[in-house]
Design a protein around this ligand. Structure first.
Ligand SMILES: Cc1cc2nc3c(=O)[nH]c(=O)nc-3n(C[C@H](O)[C@H](O)[C@H](O)COP(=O)(O)OP(=O)(O)OC[C@H]3O[C@@H](n4cnc5c(N)ncnc54)[C@H](O)[C@@H]3O)c2cc1C
Length: 336
C-alpha cells in the first residue's frame, strides 16, 4: 500500500488495487513495512480501518434491492450469474494423524475424553452449501483474520449483501484450546506449505525445506497462531504514512487498535493505550514459567524498566510481559 503514483505499490491508501475496478485487498499483505512485532493485531486494525473506508463509499439509495435482483422476471435480474465459485466444505479432521509438535497435556489421563468431546463438536457458524442469491454486492475471498472482520462489518449495513468464501473447513471446537494450536499444523486446516530448499538455514531439515504454516478454514491463520498480542511500534505506522500510505500514521490507526481492544489487565487500562469492551480480549497469560520471576528481578536490578509492550513507552532495551488474545481461557480465533 502506498502512493498510487509510485510504480512499486499495488494498492492505494484506500486499499483499491490500482487499475482494477471493484477490487480491494484488505489483509496482512497490504502493510507497506512489517511492524516490529507479530502481525495479527496489525492485520485486525487494517481490517477494521479498511471496512470503515469501504462503508463510507456505500450509498444505500443507489443500491437495487436484493428481492428485485433475485426475481428472474425482474429487469434487475443479472444476466451474468455469479455461480462459478468453488467452495470446499467442512472436511472431517483426522485427529489420529501424527502432528508436528508434542503437546504438554498429551499424557493427562482425562485428555482422551476431552478430545473425544471437543473433536466431535464443530464451531459455529455453519457454512452454507449453496449460494443463497444470484448476485452479491461484496464478495470476500478468505474467511481469515481480516476477511472475517470485513464480512462482519459490511454486514452491519443492511442494504448490501455480502458473500464470504473460504477454501478450508470449519475447525473443530478442539482448536479453541490455546495450547493445542500447534497440533493443528500439518492438518487439513493448514495449507501445508514448505519453503524451497534454503541455502543458509534448515540444515537439519529434509531437503532444507522449512515448514511454513498458514491457516486454512474459518479463522484463517488465527487457527494456528500463538495468540501474542503486539501492535508494533508507533513509529512503524508513521513510517507507513511517510512511505505514501496517507491516512495510516499512528494517530490515524490508534483509534482502530482501541476499537478492537478489551484489555483485562487493570494496570494497563490507565495508560491511555487500552480500553475495555472491544471484540478482542487481551490479558497476560496466567501461567508463569519458573524462570520468569528471577529474570524480571534481574532486569530491574540492572535498571531496566518493565513496560507495557503496547503502551506509551517503547524504548529498547526495556522488558515487558507478553499479552495474549484469550477469553475465558479459550483461544479467540477470528470468525464471523
Ligand atoms: C503459525 C503461526 C503463528 C502466528 N503467531 C502469531 C502471534 O502469536 N501473534 C501475532 O500477532 N501474529 C501471529 N501470526 C500471524 C497472524 O496470524 C497473521 O498475520 C494473520 O492471521 C493474517 O491474517 P490474514 O487475514 O491476512 O490471513 P489469514 O488469516 O491467513 O486468512 C487467509 C484466509 O484466506 C483463505 N483463502 C486463501 N485462498 C483462498 C481462496 N482461493 N479461496 C477462498 N479462501 C482462500 C485461507 O484459507 C485463509 O482462511 C502467526 C501466524 C502463523 C501462521
Amino acid at each position: 500500500m502506498g502512493n498510487p503514483n509510485d510504480p512499486n505499490t499495488v494498492v492505494d491508501p484506500e486499499l483499491r488495487v490500482k487499475n482494477v475496478k471493484g477490487l480491494r485487498v484488505v489483509d496482512a499483505s497490504v502493510m507497506p513495512l512489517i511492524p516490529w512485532g507479530n502481525t495479527f493485531t496489525s492485520t485486525m486494525m487494517v481490517a477494521e480501518k479498511g471496512s470503515d473506508i469501504i462503508k463510507k463509499s456505500i450509498e444505500c439509495d443507489k443500491i437495487v434491492p436484493l428481492v428485485s435482483r433475485d426475481d428472474p422476471n425482474s429487469p434487475n435480474f443479472p444476466d451474468n450469474v455469479h455461480a462459478n465459485f468453488i467452495f470446499e466444505f467442512a472436511n472431517t479432521m483426522d485427529l489420529a494423524r501424527n502432528n508436528a509438535y508434542d503437546s504438554p497435556v498429551q499424557n493427562n489421563p482425562v485428555l482422551p475424553l476431552l478430545l473425544a468431546i471437543l473433536a466431535s463438536q464443530r464451531n459455529s457458524p455453519k457454512v452454507s452449501e449453496s449460494l443463497r442469491h444470484k448476485e452479491y454486492d461484496y464478495i470476500i475471498v478468505g474467511a481469515g483474520s481480516a476477511g472475517s472482520v470485513v464480512a462482519s462489518r459490511l454486514s452491519e449495513i443492511l442494504c448490501v449483501n455480502v458473500l464470504l468464501l473460504e477454501a478450508g473447513p470449519t475447525p473443530p471446537l478442539l482448536n479453541d484450546v490455546p495450547v493445542l494450536s500447534r497440533n493443528f499444523w500439518g492438518t487439513d486446516i493448514d495449507w501445508n506449505y514448505r519453503t524451497v530448499s534454503q541455502k543458509h538455514s534448515g540444515f537439519g531439515l529434509v531437503n532444507r525445506q522449512v515448514v511454513w504454516p498458514s491457516g486454512k478454514g474459518l479463522g484463517g491463520s488465527s487457527l494456528l497462531n500463538a495468540m501474542i498480542y503486539v501492535r508494533g511500534n508507533t513509529k512503524n505506522y508513521d513510517d507507513w504514512a511517510a512511505h505514501g500510505a496517507v491516512g495510516w500514521s499512528w494517530s490515524d490507526v490508534k483509534p482502530y487498535f482501541l476499537k478492537l481492544d478489551d484489555n483485562t489487565d487493570q494496570e494497563y487500562i490507565s495508560d491511555g493505550y487500552h480500553v475495555v469492551g472491544g471484540p478482542i480480549s487481551v490479558q497476560k497469560p496466567r501461567y508463569q514459567a519458573d524462570f520468569k520471576k528471577p529474570l524480571i528481578q534481574s532486569a530491574q536490578q540492572l535498571g531496566y524498566k518493565i513496560v507495557d509492550v503496547n503502551g506509551p513507552s517503547q524504548n529498547s532495551p526495556d522488558f515487558s510481559h507478553s499479552e495474549i488474545t484469550l477469553h475465558n481461557r479459550k483461544e479467540i480465533p477470528i470468525r464471523t
